[in-house]
Design a protein around this ligand. Structure first.
Ligand code: AMP
Ligand code: MG
Length: 388
């Protein structure tokens, strides 16, 4: 049995062999950069207007209007002292312009321009290089590309990006009692739900379950399906069959497939019988079958490994601290991840903390963490990870 910290250290310290891919900009959302991106030119690359208005030569209250520059015009307009041009947002500001005045603060009579207030030098001009300078580090290797990153990279004129690919993930659910939703079931059977929850959680973080197998509680069948899954996957997630029951064959079946245990059993609630192992560059998690345990273990342990494999530098969901809306005492016999709901009023620990109970998790949006025996008063800050 390991502590939560030891389990997380084991996961985060695994060496992974990342695969570099060159992809079109439209396909890199959520992927980590495999190399730094450096500005190929200044941004903006020319002085341009921040407003619809007038570009002014000299600082006065009156000007003569001598022309117009629209966004995209590439010609250079020469202005003499006391002259102005009509200009639009994003248009190239003439080199001789001193400032731009927004049109709301102007009046026009014929070709005469009158300002409501004195302009200030440089006003409403976005200067060349104000955001980025040529050669500057823009995004670092390992940065996970969000929508703004795609916009930024596109604005630098780049249409292909070198990124680290995501792992191929396979899942196996185990259990004689399991029937797929939509099928009739008999007394004593239950509907298989973990594959849906885990596939959804994978999708939530930009991963995909590429193959899902369902096996009976049978050693040979379990061993064979692990072998089949591991022919092509990078990360295998098994659900159920990892506890100490007579029908729990997963640990032995993993090990007979050459997987080496990195840890088994974590001092926590829920999710004590969690297994993590490795075979070469492949990783295997065996999650306890109880629905809340398996999802909790996904958010806390599987996610950081998938992120590490994908080249992320920040691993795992961040901790936030929220004021608790009520008193709470951890009466469980282990440090606990609790289903909670966080709103602008603070965090609330939900009813239905049993490992098999999933409704509270569906209604909640956070996992709160409490140490063994920890006591909270209403208003005390509690550590939470936001899971939806
Ligand atoms: P196990 O870890 O196999 O001992 O299973 C623990 C509990 O989780 C049992 O009540 C199982 O019926 C339930 N369970 C296991 N696998 C699943 C699954 N894929 N979907 C829903 N419940 C499951
Ligand atoms: Mg089972």
């Amino acid at each position: 049995m390991v502590t939560i910290e030891e389990a997380l250290n084991s996961i985060k310290s695994q060496e992974t062999t990342s695969k570099v891919e060159t992809k079109p900009l439209q396909e890199v959302l959520g992927l980590a950069l495999s190399e730094d991106i450096v500005a190929p030119f200044d941004m903006p690359s020319f002085d341009n207007s921040a407003m619809d208005g007038y570009a002014l030569c000299g600082l006065y209250l009156e000007y003569e209007i001598v022309g117009e520059v629209a966004a995209g015009d590439t010609k250079e307009t020469a202005l003499k002292d006391g002259e102005a041009v009509r200009i639009f947002t994003g248009a190239k500001v003439p080199a001789s312009a001193s400032a731009v005045m927004m049109q709301e603060k102007t009046k026009v009579q014929g070709n005469h321009l009158f300002l409501d207030e004195m302009p200030k030098a440089g006003q409403s001009i976005r200067k060349k290089g104000a955001e980025l300078q040529k050669g500057q580090l823009v995004l670092q290797k390992g940065h996970v590309l969000n929508p703004s990153s795609l916009g930024l990279i596109g604005s630098l004129g780049l249409d292909i990006v070198k990124v680290i690919s995501k792992p191929r993930i396979h899942m196996i659910t185990t259990g004689n009692e399991l029937v797929k939703p939509g099928q009739p079931k008999k007394e004593g059977q239950i509907y298989e739900s973990n594959s849906f929850a885990i596939a959804g959680a994978l999708e939530q973080f930009g991963f995909q379950c590429a193959q899902q197998l369902q096996v009976k509680d049978d050693f040979e069948e379990t061993k064979k399906s692990i072998q089949k899954s591991m022919e092509t996957c990078d990360v295998l997630i098994v659900s159920g069959g990892i506890s100490v029951g007579d029908y729990d064959f997963v640990k032995q079946a993993l090990e007979e497939n050459g997987v080496q245990e990195l840890f088994y059993k974590v001092f926590q609630k829920p999710g004590k019988p969690l297994y993590f192992g490795r075979k070469g560059n492949q990783f295997a998690f065996a999650l306890p079958g109880n629905p809340a345990s398996s999802l909790t273990c996904f958010f806390i342990y599987v996610l950081p490994l998938l992120q590490k494999w994908s080249g992320h530098t920040d691993l795992g969901l961040p901790w936030y601290r929220f004021p608790l809306r009520h008193d709470y005492e951890n009466r469980f016999d282990r440090p606990s991840f609790l289903k909670a709901r966080v709103t602008s009023d603070g965090a609330q620990i939900l009813d239905g903390q049993g490992s098999s109970m999933i409704q509270s998790m569906a209604l909640g949006n956070a996992l709160a963490f409490v140490e063994l025996g920890e006591k909270f008063k209403k208003g005390d800050l509690i550590k939470c990870k936001l899971i939806s």
